[in-house]
Write a protein that binds this ligand. Sequence first.
Ligand code: ZN
Length: 134
Amino acid sequence: MNLFKHSLTINKPQNMIKITNYIREDIEKSGIKDGIIVVFCPHTTAGITINENADPDVVHDLIYGFEKTYPTHDQNYRHFEGNSHAHMKSSTMGASQTLILQEGKIIFGTWQDVYFCEFDGPRNRTFYVKIMEG
Ligand code: ZN
């Protein structure tokens, strides 16, 4: 099957968690050396993205920038759950990312990692990793 499910506990209202090491473990378990990897988030107020891994201030600034664009509180929001900002951030980030696996390694730029993006925490979350040979 080469489908892997992971759980995360996120302690902050908004955060970005590096998940690349989970994916690397899944690659190891699958035994697949070359193919395509899909990382999927089944939540409507979270997302998956690829971004810089070197300077933690990039994560801070991404969350800051999203907050400026989609403020947590806005009296004109209608959605009864009160988390419209998180739905907008989720759709902007997207629910999945596709990676290329070559000779057992993910093709990345020097500074890239995969992040799970939480916008409506704290919560327990899941994400899926599907690895297809080819
Ligand atoms: Zn909602």
